[in-house]
Design a protein around this ligand. Structure first.
Ligand code: AMP
Ligand code: GLY
Length: 415
């Protein structure tokens, strides 16, 4: 199989590593990729926001499968364009990708499918902000109803801060969604879908806040681990029955069947799992840990999804043990990151690249907000954390920051 992967993050680096392990894979290509993916795949420049450019590259390469990593090309219709060119694509078309592209659309699908989620009020102008904050109450949850790379959400008990964020988002021309706060631990559950079936992967936990103890602003994700030994034994079966299956059925009923990766972002409330968001693609950084533990050959699984028939892939196999990833971020991330600095330790085994590029002398330079994702695995979470942080300790990047408490509470049995 000749596979083209679209994207340039640590998620795509992890996808390439897992695809390389599948004996069915002969050739790997990436567009645009980063400094770390070059050793695994041939790199091609492409504008990921241009669906026709993605499809044209796939045709030129005579790809057997295109795996689209990020949400931006999916929402823009890259999977549709690739399929229209006669090549199987892993990922939903633009219509189904609206499950991530519009939070209001996702709420509508959930309401129709009876999926438990936080009550929400959509706000179209500043005159509606106060009433929405009153209805949903404190802690206030105020969301940008558009793609915001995980950074468009403010959760706060400070009404003035909540109001100001809502007004900012409206001023930027986007509608706002105000939600009721869901209380409980967060879980990310991915499912590979073929339009009628959802095959769940291992549940993982992501750390969204910038700083230790879940303080500071929201980010795209500062670390993750899997599996969740503390979670109820029936978690995956419950989410399959109450969330994944009803959503896949509702999307098919609407004539926009969901193929590709359905990411359910959940809170385990006292009432059971409730949805805070859907994404239409693999999560970053959760993918780095979930794929670290996957034994089932990945290319065959993604190709079956793209071909619309997962019937032979409903039982996946997993390595025992745990995996942890710690993100090393550039100075000032999640604000505008400082870039262009040399990195020591970027080529260590287990260090996946995100925002990196090569300098003129082949040195690795920082080129984005989330720069590296160090992945460790081991017999349990204590060992996996030790392996991941041993890598982080060898990385040097001026001004960089990382969290020191990824998977700590779970490793200490405090969840
Ligand atoms: P989202 O972009 O919708 O995933 O939101 C980003 C983060 O904000 C989530 O991972 C949660 O930590 C938090 N969040 C979003 N919605 C809620 C909610 N209704 N209740 C509690 N926390 C939330
Ligand atoms: N880790 C959160 C996301 O991928 O959206």
């Amino acid at each position: 199989m000749r596979i083209l992967v679209i994207g340039s993050g640590a998620r795509e680096h992890a996808l390439l590593r897992a695809l390389r392990r599948d004996p069915a894979v002969t050739d790997l290509h990436i567009a645009p990729g980063n400094a770390g993916t070059a050793s695994l795949a041939d790199a091609h420049p492409v504008s990921v926001t241009d669906p026709e450019a993605v499809a044209a590259l796939a045709v030129t390469l005579e790809a057997d499968l295109v795996v689209i990593g990020p949400e931006v090309p999916l929402v823009a219709g890259a999977a549709d364009a690739v399929r229209a060119a006669g090549i199987p694509a892993f990922g939903p078309g633009a219509a189904a990708a609206q499950i991530e592209g519009s939070k209001a659309f996702a709420k509508d699908v959930m309401a129709a499918a009876g999926v438990p989620t936080a009550a929400a009020v959509s706000v179209e102008d500043v005159a509606g902000i106060d009433a929405a904050l009153d209805t949903c109450g404190s802690p206030y949850v105020v969301k940008d109803d558009g793609l915001a790379a995980g950074k468009g959400v403010v959760v706060t008990e400070d009404r003035a801060v909540a109001y100001a964020h809502a007004a900012d988002v409206l001023a930027g021309g986007h509608p706002v969604l105000v939600e009721r706060f869901l209380d409980g631990p967060e879980v990310s559950l991915f499912a590979v879908c073929d339009g009628t079936r959802a095959v769940p992967l291992l549940p993982a936990q992501d750390f969204k806040r910038r700083n230790d103890n879940d303080e500071g602003p929201n980010t795209g994700g500062m670390g993750a681990y899997a599996p969740l030994d503390w979670a109820p034994a029936d978690l995956v079966a419950t989410v399959q029955a109450t969330v994944l299956d009803p959503v896949v059925a509702e999307m098919a009923r609407r004539g926009t069947p969901f193929t590709g990766l359905l990411y359910a972002g959940l809170v385990l409330t006292e009432r059971g799992p409730e949805v805070i968001e859907f994404n239409c693609r693999f999560g970053d950084p959760e993918t780095q840990v979930v794929l670290e533990l996957l034994e089932t050959p990945l290319a065959g699984l993604l190709k079956a999804s793209a071909d619309g028939d997962l019937s032979g892939h409903t039982e996946l196999s997993w390595r025992s043990g745990s995996a942890v990833t710690v993100v090393v971020a550039a100075e000032n991330y999640p604000g505008t990151p400082v870039i262009g600095d040399p990195i020591v330790g970027a080529d260590l085994d287990g260090v996946l690249h995100a925002g990196t590029s090569r300098g003129l002398d082949g040195e690795v330079l920082s080129a984005g907000g989330r720069v590296l994702s160090a992945v460790g695995s081991g017999a349990d979470l204590v060992a996996a954390r030790a392996a991941a942080y041993a890598l982080v300790d060898q990385i040097e990047l001026r001004g960089s920051h990382h969290r020191t408490d990824i998977a700590l509470a779970a490793a200490e049995g405090r969840l």
